[in-house]
Design a protein. Structure first.
Length: 442
């Protein structure tokens, strides 16, 4: 029996408990029940994971910055060290991977890890192109029933997400007609940073670039505070998708959680003039989604960088919410941010008699710890709230919006095949070009 199967079966049935004294075995964090984890990208955002990971065995640390490896080693002294995640994934005793690297490597690490039978927690955004999102989702689906996956959209655990879903599903605004999310973060950059100095000897800059095309070193890519440094590179096309993948991953999640959507049948995008080096700050993308078994066809929108949806009522100033969502229905609207919501019944008929609030017992139960949910899933039923199917379709839609923006016309999209059916240029832009030697699905 492989170690991973052993962990799963001990978590579910208690099998194997005879081999060690009971006192050391009981409980989630008993030695026999700990996961062997590889942390890839060990500093910055990874610091938010150190606490949860310290409850398990961190057996491998991988980072392109040797100084970051040394710092993380103080917390996880027993782990082996790597600078290349491809080598790290060869370590034989790993059960699971937490990936906190740059956006342009997420799909690679996630895919390679799943192909090696490893559970994966991957920071948002899960992918940097439509193709990457689809490949990762396909690998996840192929391994369904074997691996636990989670996209790092930890705000999903805020209980307001459940309350918003309940109000929409229970008809508090009547039949759902549209939903949208927005974010107001604006980071303007003219283009890739020019060559400046040499990378320090402790930084493996070529591995930092990874599959992306060559760019010269500039310390500006590394100048941010831990956990915020992504804002120093994620707006450049070769490294990220700007606010689409950044706050878009979190804020569209508020909508995604409530609408039970698959992939859209069309996408449109408009915004500031296209810059081949930098993703747009101001952007509006709109998608059509077919009806499902509880709601009619709807439109879904994403607004960023100053573009805003129309407010359902003039006295509600949406601009006072930095990241939020609006749901419009036949009888009213719901405005939400991550932590709260406002219900706005629309007219004389919207007396709420058609809507029955849930009892305490009927409320969607709290998710609990978001990271913990994944750790438990790895050892148990493999179920998480933001698996690579849920999170994969979300980011596929968001990135398709960027393609529509670049093409400049309404794209018809076949979600089954992942093809744009009315634009050859659109199809080309679904994928990224990689440097020789880098394979997404290996
Ligand atoms: N869920 C959230 O709320 C949240 C918050 C912040 C950042 N993030 C995400 O976390 C990721 C990292 O962001 P950050 O600000 O920590 O970035 P960062 O630039 O600080 O990089 C994080 C770490 O990864 C290392 N690294 C970079 N490329 C690597 C590679 N190829 N292999 C191994 N290590 C590599 C860096 O040296 C650094 O230690 C981003 O994708 C970002 O979107 C998520």
């Amino acid at each position: 029996m492989q170690r991973r199967q052993f962990l799963k079966s001990t978590a579910v049935t208690g099998t194997g408990l005879l081999f060690l004294p009971a006192s050391t075995l009981r409980g989630e964090d008993a030695p026999s029940n700990k996961l062997n984890i590889a942390l890839i990208g060990v500093w910055g955002r990874a610091l938010a994971h150190h606490g949860a990971l310290a409850t398990q065995n961190v057996v491998a640390l991988c980072d392109v910055d040797e100084n970051h490896l040394a710092l993380a080693a103080e917390k996880f002294p027993k782990a082996k060290h790597y600078v290349d995640w491809r080598k790290c994934l060869e370590q034989k005793d790993i059960d699971a991977v937490v990936c906190c690297t740059l956006d342009h490597t997420h799909a690679f690490v996630a895919n390679w890890a799943m192909n090696r039978g490893l559970h994966v927690y991957c920071e948002k955004p899960l992918a940097n192109s439509v193709e990457e999102a689809r490949v990762v989702r396909a690998t996840h689906l192929k391994n369904k029933g074997k691996l636990a996956t989670q996209v790092g959209t930890q705000r999903h655990a805020i209980e307001n997400f459940n309350r918003v879903r309940e109000l929409i599903r229970d008809g508090a605004i009547g039949d759902l007609e549209s939903a949208c999310a927005w974010g107001d973060r604006q980071l303007r950059r003219p283009g890739y940073l020019p060559a400046e100095g040499e990378p320090p000897s402790t930084l493996h800059f070529d591995l930092w670039l990874g599959p992306s095309p060559e760019h010269p070193y500039n310390p500006g890519y590394f100048a941010g505070q831990p956990g915020m440094n992504c804002l120093n590179w994620n707006m450049y096309w070769d490294f990220g998708s700007g606010q689409v993948g950044d706050m878009g991953s979190h804020t569209m999640d508020l909508v995604w959680n409530a609408i039970d959507a698959g992939l859209p049948t069309s996408a449109e995008g408009k915004g500031e003039t296209y810059n081949p080096e930098v993703t747009p700050v101001e952007l509006t993308t709109t998608f059509e989604h077919p009806a499902n078994n509880w709601r009619p066809a709807i439109t879904v929108g994403w607004y960023q960088g100053g573009a805003m949806p129309e407010s359902p009522r003039s006295y509600v100033d949406l601009k006072r919410i930095d990241h939020g969502a609006v749901f419009e229905g036949s009888k009213g609207a719901l405005v939400a941010d991550f932590g709260s919501r406002v219900l706005i019944p629309h007219n004389d008929k919207a007396d709420l008699t058609y809507y029955k609030p849930r009892t305490q017992e009927q409320l969607i139960p709290p998710l609990g710890g978001f990271q913990q949910e994944w750790l438990n899933a790895c050892k148990g039923d493999l179920k998480t709230s933001c698996d690579f199917d849920y999170g994969g379709t979300l980011i596929e839609q968001m990135l398709l919006g960027l393609v529509a923006y670049r093409v400049g016309k309404k794209l018809d999209y076949d979600g089954a095949t992942g093809r744009v059916t009315n634009s050859a240029e659109g199809n080309e832009l679904l994928k990224r070009k990689y440097r020789p030697g880098w394979a997404l699905d290996a």
